[in-house]
Design a protein around this ligand. Structure first.
Ligand SMILES: Nc1ncnc2c1ncn2[C@@H]1O[C@H](COP(=O)(O)OP(=O)(O)OP(=O)(O)O)[C@@H](O)[C@H]1O
Ligand SMILES: [Mg+2]
Length: 245
């Protein structure tokens, strides 16, 4: 069927993520209100087909920046503008319902460790984000299994819950879950930390394919080989430099 909508075409050159003046300070209420300034005045943009690698020493706020983009953390100031279904949503101020909508359709997040849910099979963990976007049961399972196979998870493990899987197997299930939908925006926190060379190559391929589809990716890659293979630009976070002000 041909589309006959008058809606304006999305601007292919416009960024999928645009961050302006972002700051974050943690306040430890249980420890007398101690304040931990992490970053201040961060500006960045990520365009379709681009992979931006966050770099900087341990503790400079790379994961905090990524969790802020996913709206796990609420920043102290600034804007996190992301493109979601043809409009712009500010993840720094969005309502919880809208945040869930963005996560369901537009933004995937591969955390460093899989959140293991007891008794849920690996193939169901991977199929879930597909079901959430409305993909039917049979197709969701087929695509989930294909992704598990691609990430070299042996078929005998697909029906098992990943609680007993090795660190690398759990990480690959997590990656499969993050890549199965083909989100326009992907956040990757150390996706290859526990992987051997062959599995790292699969992840490099998946990232390259996502970029070719036009996804915008923000990643933390301590592995130099992976970073060199996938990153188009680096964004450096500095220890306390901005935050000390
Ligand atoms: N939930 C939290 N509550 C309080 N402080 C936090 C919290 N999360 C992070 N921090 C603090 O914020 C700073 C940045 O942490 P973050 O995890 O973002 O660093 P990182 O750059 O990802 O480091 P690494 O390379 O070691 O993963 C650290 O000083 C950390 O102690
Ligand atoms: Mg981190």
């Amino acid at each position: 069927m041909r589309e006959t909508t008058d809606a304006p075409k999305p601007d292919a050159a416009a960024p999928l993520i645009e961050i302006r003046g972002l700051s974050k300070t943690f306040c430890l209420h249980v420890q007398g209100g101690t304040r931990i300034p992490v970053f201040d005045g961060i500006d960045l943009a990520v365009h379709p087909g681009e992979c931006l690698a966050l770099v900087g020493e341990s503790g400079t706020g790379k994961s905090t920046l990524m969790r802020s983009i996913y709206a796990n953390y609420r920043p102290g100031g600034g804007r996190i503008l992301v493109r979601h279904r043809g409009r712009i949503v500010d993840m720094a101020s969005a309502e919880p319902r809208e945040i869930l909508e963005v996560r369901r359709h537009s933004m995937g997040y591969v955390s460093q460790f899989l959140r293991v849910v007891p008794r849920v099979a690996a193939e169901d963990i991977v199929a879930e984000p597909l079901r959430m976007t409305g993909v039917g049961e049979t197709e969701a399972l087929e695509r989930a299994r294909a992704m598990l196979a691609r990430l070299r998870i042996p078929e005998r493990l697909w029906r098992l819950a990943p609680a007993t899987f090795s660190g690398g197997e759990q990480q690959r299930v997590n990656i499969a879950r993050g890549f199965v939908v083909g989100f326009p925006i992907l956040l990757l926190d150390e996706p290859t930390a526990a992987l051997d060379a062959a599995n790292r190559r699969v992840v490099i391929e998946l990232i390259a394919e996502a970029k070719a589809r036009g996804s915008a990716i923000v990643g933390i890659f301590h592995d130099r080989e992976v970073r060199d293979a996938v990153a188009d630009r680096l964004f450096e976070l500095n220890p306390g430099k901005e935050a000390a002000a």
